[in-house]
Design a protein around this ligand. Sequence first.
Ligand code: NDP
Ligand code: MG
Length: 380
Amino acid sequence: MIKNISLLGATGSIGRQTIEVAQVLGITISALTAKSNVELLEEQCRRVKPRLAVCMDPGAAESLRVKLADTDIKVSSGMEGLIEAATLPGTEAVVTAVMGMVGLRPTLAAIEEGKHIALANKETLVCAGELVMRAAQVKGVEILPVDSEHSAIFQCLQGCRDRGEVKRLILTASGGPFFGRKREELEAMTVSDALKHPNWSMGAKITVDSATMMNKGLEVIEAMRLYELPLEKISVVIHRESIIHSLVEYCDNAILAQLGEPDMRLPIQYALTWPRRAPGPAKPLDLLGCKALTFAPPDEVNFPCLSLAKEAARTGGTATAILNGANETAVGDFLAGRCGFMDIPRRVEKALRTVKAVQEPTLDDILAADAEARRTAEKA
Ligand code: NDP
Ligand code: MG
């Protein structure tokens, strides 16, 4: 079991639950980071007593420094601060729970220092999965999935001796708050409609991604990178109840699944205790009390983000970074009231059609593709 972590994105939904899990397991948290939520970060610092606290926003870091003046916690800021937290000497693993591709450079820096990665931040793998997985292989570090579907697959793959025996991965999707709706109705959906997820309580960006189904598209790419499987071996099934978190179908047609209450504390904990298990705070599943389990195909006509993500995966190279950069920008604009719900797929599609994808990209190619995709999506 991992004994000492840095936690990037501590004030978010995954970050807060990671602190809870780590404290139950007796894991030391040496660094906490946030973007600008100084109030919560101060409270967490007083509870967790890390060596380092980081705010991405320099003004917020200054105010945190004043608030923590009576402690010996060092306060840093910006991308340098995030990288300092990710590479802190003495920590074994970094939990990457920041929102967005801002997590990429700290993740690469952590791998370079030989830290294991408990990865919630899927945007990093979508943008630069091949770079990240290659770096991890070279350094011999583990990329342990926190995303519930990928954790379920990881759990179902324990004991699999030959990846060639895997016929297909089946990612389950709740379908989000707009399951069953048609395109015309979706045009009118507001921010508060999109933030009403039926089964999970998560940060705003991923909740909107669930409503557009982009979240499942990002997860298909995340699964391709984590498990080194082609797009054809990954399928998506709508499972409204979010009890089966994903499945692996083997070549003999055996299907293994992981079930549980929708509670992120279980996959967070498994990433930290792997290859062992431990009692923890996640809710037990009452099989006799749970609803009937249902399955349906995804609707890629009314929810075009899933097919846009598959198209980017097929194109390869920087196309997935273009998809992600445009999506982060469009979702940010939707949340700020600057565009409509269906402008999200429209803007992503425009970026995919406009920005040229580069094959076998370097980190600089990926950062450039992300920047150009954001500019294109903004102007759409
Ligand atoms: P939240 O929005 O709740 O939290 C995001 C965290 O990242 C906060 O600590 C936030 O700080 C910080 N942050 C945001 N933007 C930046 C930035 N530009 N620079 C530095 N730090 C930043 O997100 P979630 O916890 O929901 O999601 C985090 C990641 O985990 C995402 O990649 C998401 O896709 C993934 N994930 C989440 C799941 C969930 O259940 N929530 C499930 C599976 C995956 P501040 O609070 O100061 O803004
Ligand atoms: Mg997920």
